[in-house]
Design a protein around this ligand. Sequence first.
Ligand SMILES: Nc1ncnc2c1ncn2[C@@H]1O[C@H](COP(=O)(O)OP(=O)(O)OP(=O)(O)O)[C@@H](O)[C@H]1O
Ligand SMILES: [Mg+2]
Length: 335
Amino acid sequence: MPKHVGLDLGTSNTRMFIKGKGIILRSPTVVTVDKNKDVVVALGSDAKKMIGKTPSNMEAYRPIRNGVVADFEVTALMLHEFFLRTEALSLFNRPVVLVSTPENCTEVEKLAVENAIFAAGAKAVGMVGSSMAAAVGAGLKVNSPRGCMIVDIGGGMTQVAVISSGGIVRSRAVKLAGEKLDAAIINNLRMKKDLYVGEMTAELLKVRLGTALPETNRGLLDVSGRNEKLKCAQTVRVGSEDIYNAIHIALEAICRTITSVLESTPPELASDISDFGIMLVGGGANINGIAELINKKTGLRVTTAKNPMDCECIGIARLIEKPSIIPGGILYKNR
Ligand SMILES: Nc1ncnc2c1ncn2[C@@H]1O[C@H](COP(=O)(O)OP(=O)(O)OP(=O)(O)O)[C@@H](O)[C@H]1O
Ligand SMILES: [Mg+2]
C-alpha cells in the first residue's frame, strides 16, 4: 500500500504528515549538497547550521523562496531525502502526496512544485491552496457561507485570505514575513551599531527579544558579529527596543496588507469577519504582541490558532482523511 503523505513545503520549514502516523517531520527547508548537486551532505537543522560556513566543495541551499520552488534540482533532491528518511518512499513503495501551494501562485509555479515531488519519487500528487489548508487546520468552518479571514505570517510570505462557502473570495500575498524581519534586524544592527550578524543570530534576536509593541521590554542579549569599521569580531549588547525599532515598519506593512484585503471584501462578508475576527497562523503568529498590533490596526478581534506553525499541515492531514471538506474534493495526478 502506498503511504499517503501531506506536505507543507514552506520557505523556512517543511512539515510532513503520514496517514496513520501523524506529523512525523518538522524541519528547516535547508539542504547542504555537494557542488555537483547530486549528493546530500546534510539536511534540515544540520544543514541550517552550515549556512554561510560551508567549505568550497559544498553549498547550503534554501531551495524554496517565498513559498515557491527557487531551485528545482535541489528541491527534488531534498524531498527525495525527506521521503527516504521518513520511510514514505522505499524500494517497493512510492508515496501519494498532497501538497499545499500559495493561493496566488501561477500555474508554472504549481507545476514546478508538482514536478519536484514526482522527481523526488512520488507516485501521485494532489494540490490544495495553503490558506484553505491552514483554515481547515485552524478549525475554521470553511464550507459555511459565513465569511472568515485567515492570516498566515510565514517565513517568506504573509498570506491573507477571506474564505466563504468552501472557496477563496479575496486573497493577497506579500513577500514580507519572518525572513524579511531577520534581514531588517541585520540592516539595523549594521547601521546603528556597526555590527554585522548572520541570519541565525538575527532570527534568534527576533524570537528572544522581538516585539510588535513599543511598550514591551523583553530584555537584553549579548550577540557576536563582525564590527564593520574595526573589521574584527565583537560582542554587542542588544535590547528589545533595538529589535522593535528594526522590525516595526515591516510589521505595520503586514497590517496594511490585512486592511487592504478587508477594504476589498464585499460588505456582507466584511460584517461576518467583524463578528468572528481574524485567525492568525504561521510562525509569525508567535511574534510577541503581533495579535495586539493587528487588533489595534484593524479594530477586529484576533485569535492566534493553537499550534500556529502546524496549522497548514494539520489541514492537509484532514483533507487527506476527508477530501470532501472542500467542494470538489482533491484531484490527484498519477505518474
Ligand atoms: N517565537 C517566534 N517569534 C518570532 N518569529 C518566529 C517565532 N517562531 C518562529 N518564528 C518565525 O516564523 C518563520 C517560520 O514560520 P513558518 O514555519 O510558518 O514559515 P514557512 O511555512 O516555512 O514559510 P512560508 O509559509 O512563508 O513559505 C521564521 O521566520 C521564524 O523565525
Ligand atoms: Mg507556511
